[in-house]
Design a protein around this ligand. Sequence first.
Ligand code: ZN
Ligand code: FE
Length: 256
Amino acid sequence: MQPIQVHMFPCLSDNYGYLIHDAENDLTAAIDTPSAQAIEAGLSAKGWRLTHIFNTHHHADHAGGNLELKAATGCKIFGPRADARRIPGIDAEYGDGDTFMFGNHPVVVFDTPGHTTGHIVYYLPEDAVAFVGDTLFSLGCGRLFEGTPKQMWNSLQKLMRWPGDTVLYCAHEYTQANARFALTIEPGNPALVARSRAVDGLRARNEPTVPSTLELEKATNPFLRPSSPEIQKAVGCDGNDLVEVFARVRALKDQF
Ligand code: ZN
Ligand code: FE
């Protein structure tokens, strides 16, 4: 099996668009549809034909291009079962633990409620890549628009069980602002300090900070680190209740 090909490109002000391609079967999926135009440009740059859309959640910067792309290409739209009514043009619904084949590539779906009630992520175990939408960002996590801290912490813990070398593709370039916040609550984490410098360097050259790996996120992302004594001290609670630590980190970030 050839590894899945990933084509990544900026969309809108700070989204990333992704096309994944199975060359052996000539299949191409867009992960979310922030901009139909940008996705069409990506397709023609690669010479690929759109066959699928995999939506993570209903927000307009993720599903806004669905109908235009479906009308232009006849592609099939996959999305969250828990939120099917809010996904324009959905053809097939997926939820926690569902597996399907994208050509030769197994894809496993996880429900990750928190940012929205119906958010899902797509994990390709044999390719060691995952598309995590607005659930987990580099050094951050999605805002809790529709879910509770407990739901989001449970969702993040599902992702934390993947192998450390899993490559994480998130939907936004938020890393530099996330790093500035992270340093306010865990300045004594040398891995975070080093990563923050690296992120500043990449952004100064206008280069993406995405993707990252699960291992790197576990070492540096404050939303995956409620067990850190330094973070617990910074948010003013001990580690007996990791949901409470997570909730306070999320609340501080919302005010940052
Ligand atoms: Zn969103
Ligand atoms: Fe978004």
